[in-house]
Design a binder for this molecule. Sequence first.
Ligand SMILES: [Zn+2]
Length: 237
Amino acid sequence: MEEKLQGVVLNSVNYGENDKILSVFTLEKGIISAKIKGVKKAGAKLKFASEPFCFAEFIVLSSADKKSVINASLIDSFYPIREDIKRYFAGGSVLEFIKKFAKDSIVSANAFTLLITALKELAYSDENPESVLTRFFINALSVVGYGLNISANCPKCGKPLDIKPFFEYNIGAFRCEDCKADNGAREINFLTLSAMNKAKKGEPITEREGVFCLRLIDYFLKQKIETEIISLKELIR
Ligand SMILES: [Zn+2]
């Protein structure tokens, strides 16, 4: 069976002498794994379709147990992401997140839209990559069921969280010193919380604010979901 699928290449691994196995997040079928032939040969016509970040319409041939990409037409390569190390690590974080959370064959138009939006912003906007990535994570965590409860007031007692906010990874929420749990509460910089609030509203934040937010998100991913995004570690190092 031949299908036309729109998708973004998340990663690829070498297979045999000239082939690769691609992991592609598609709009229609969620994540698929598909072989693409001959792309390691010099001048291969479909080489572009085996590169991470490639957004294309793929013609996929499926048999009982495997899929192969037999043709592809490029929609966007988001090329500028590769020309800047921070944009590259931020883009890599987006791809890794999707790979981890959009499990096989789970279709999510919301996740797909967030992915394309983030890659476009990283490639073509002037906004700093930390800001783009913070907004992506806040929205994407919500889509995959780990939404953070970000607010300027303590959700328990209503007091403004302006002096000493605490973050509780267990519930993904911010609380005041009086309401924080005994376990799992970590004091955070007020700047981090106000930047998270801005990013949640879709407002750009500074690079420094973005690094604070991303460190908190990295901590949340590790403590709550027991996962690590390697490109994110590189970006905030
Ligand atoms: Zn409180």
